[in-house]
Write a protein that binds this ligand. Structure first.
Ligand code: ZN
Length: 241
């Protein structure tokens, strides 16, 4: 079975549509969304509606939870917080209800899906390196955990008790090997590559891949600049930071 994983869309419609175009050409069997559909960008309703229509599984992200009021925004920086307030006003009641009812984590076959970490899905901790990821392997029973949150795509692999970190774009899992995979960010990459990112995993080959897709960044920027959203949310897109 072939899966696509999208995460951290952050209300960037053009990036999301560009990813779906590639996903459709791949002929995947199932699409899952790992949260942060909204926050920062100018198209929150369009993005929520597209995800509702296309994704078989969706988990909640910290920005989604902040917008619907189920998590604190104290640890958000000023720009993130003002985007939360703008998004809260912009969303339709149906889309608010959809976000509010999302689970923190869900299992699909032998895969665990979560926004931030399997050990404490509602605490929004960040897994950046092998040291952060190592204790997380005991927190889920499935073979692979897919997550987002940091906006840095990559692979943490557990083989014969040893944890290693492997950079994108590809990891081929051996029989018995487990993994925690960051699928990157559709709408606000922060690894210096401005292209939209997502992951594809094929359980018949054990190959997991991070894909990057060009999209019309200028159009997204001008849409953000037409709103009272923080200018930084538009500016950073061109740098992928
Ligand atoms: Zn995010």
């Amino acid at each position: 079975m072939k899966y696509a994983f999208i995460s951290d869309i952050h209300a960037n419609l053009e990036a999301l549509e560009a990813c779906f175009k590639v996903i459709d050409a791949e002929g995947v069997d199932s699409i899952a969304c790992l949260g942060d559909i909204v926050g920062y960008g100018a198209s929150p309703n369009e993005c929520v509606e597209l995800v509702r229509e296309r994704a078989s599984q969706v988990v909640i992200g910290n920005h989604d939870a902040a917008v619907v009021g189920t998590t604190e925004t104290e640890y958000f920086n000023l720009d993130a917080r003002s985007a939360v307030l703008w998004t809260r006003n912009a969303l339709t009641p149906e889309n608010v209800a959809f976000l509010r009812n999302l689970p923190y984590t869900v299992a699909v076959n032998d895969l665990r899906l979560v926004h931030a970490s399997p050990s404490a899905p509602s605490d929004w901790i960040y897994l950046f390196n092998a040291r952060d990821a190592a204790p997380e392997f005991a927190a889920f029973e499935e073979r692979i955990c897919f997550f987002g949150h940091t906006h840095f795509p990559g692979f943490f692999l557990e083989w014969q008790g040893k944890i290693t970190q492997q950079p994108p774009p590809r990891a081929t899992l051996r029989a018995g090997e487990r993994a925690i995979i960051n699928v990157g960010s559709v709408g606000q990459p922060r690894d210096g590559d401005p292209r939209a990112g997502f992951a594809i995993y094929d359980d018949s080959t054990g190959i997991a891949e991070i894909r990057r897709v060009f999209y019309d960044i200028e159009r997204v920027q001008s849409r953000i600049l037409d709103t009272p959203l923080p200018k930084s949310a538009a500016e950073r897109l061109i740098w992928g930071m």
